[in-house]
Ligand binder design. Sequence first.
Ligand code: AMP
Ligand code: MG
Length: 486
Amino acid sequence: MTHTTPSDCAIKILSWNNPWLQLPEDFYQIVQPTPLDNPYFIHCNTHTSALLGLSAEQLHNEATLHFFNGHQLPPEIQPTASIYAGHQFGIFTAQLGDGRVLSLGEALGHEDHRYEIQLKGAGLTPYSRTLDGRCPLGSAIREYLGSEALAGLNIPTSRALCLLGSDTKVQRDYLTTGAMLVRMARSHIRFGHFEYFHHKGDFENVKNLTTFVIEQHFPELLNEPTDLRPLRLLEAIVERTACLIADWQSEGFTHGVVNTDNMSVLGDTLDFGPFGFMETYNPEFSANSSDDLARYQFDQQPEIGRWNCLALAEAISSLLPSRTIPAKLLRLYRQHYHQRYLQHLRLKLGLRTQHPDDTQLVEVLLTTLQQGNTDYALFFRHLANFNTQDKNPALYALTTDAAKLSAWLTLYQDRLSLEHVSPQERQKQMNQVNPCTVLRRHLLDQSINDAERGDFTAFYRLLMLLQNPFEEQIGMAFYSQPEQEE
Ligand code: AMP
Ligand code: MG
């Protein structure tokens, strides 16, 4: 790490502004972080620092370390914790809020893009309830790898900027290391921020927040008549949510806690808790072991996304012109969802044109994968090598139901004959969208277990692969494979 003067530190280079301070004080409290003891960098992410226009050296230095550890922040930085509510597992909780997260504000990055930078694990806030305001190292690594994996797959998400370890201990099932995750997103405003004010009957602040979100993030809506803007905002959020969940479904990502307080109004993936990537295709895959009613299992996500949009519609209803809007929203959500999902699957299948039978082709494929206990990611990766002149042993090795696979491959072959693309060209295109590395559970667990023992090698290697998931790296085949039985 470079020992630099404070003038090289991220704080001095970036231009900061905390947008929360433009809202009435009902929305947030200014809270100073509680620094961790003896902090050290575990990782600095050059992919995201580049988005901020920061070089690796400008991020990886002593002054920046202490800045992100929240040590004596300069007066121009006023960290905020915001208040929100949320439907958790379908049940409304009237008050939640940033219990272990502080917003340092927005930094102006490359091409004038703005990113809200947050510290996760920065100590108690007025919204910590009975919890400790800290982030255990294992959770921080989960979020770091989860968010970078989605970004690698080009799925909208918050990003990880850097990770700090420390000598501070936090108690969970066992005593573990306290970490600080520095994360960034275009915004961390959640459906739950609207719900908090609506369910309190504070419609003035619902209006303030609506105006704020439009001005900050949907400026194109300022061209709409004033009274229609909240409806247009809702429609835009519905579209982004439907598209986000379609992206998750196409890559087998299961968030695990799709509560309204974890839903971004910008359609980014937020808050990585018990998430998981589906390996063997199984629509009932659940990533969250405490989700007893299977509310958030893989195949429920599209419907839950729609349910959450209706909760948001209710939270904005005081500003909407008519009570009949939810029915329209429902249609809108499903339309966007199906369009995006099919578009994504066509790309994964190497289809450039559209055909009316494509929905059926996908449906039969999913049944085939399920009945054949097939690994989802590996199947698409190997499908790029499908060759009608060949017996395709690599594909058949992935299924326990060869007859079913053979029937689907016949359909696929017929469909490909309408495409007029050379097999080489199709293979190239498919390998650009079908990852060879996905964040498999055993790889994630190994990274966390090793990190908790102070060995970050597995974490670094996995991160590097997930940030380039479409490239086959020499000697790294182990990372593409499901866990091998002993
Ligand atoms: P999450 O499951 O991380 O989305 O958190 C749900 C709610 O609990 C949010 O309001 C968090 O801020 C809060 N929370 C979770 N863990 C902690 C913690 N260790 N300390 C304080 N608040 C927390
Ligand atoms: Mg959350």
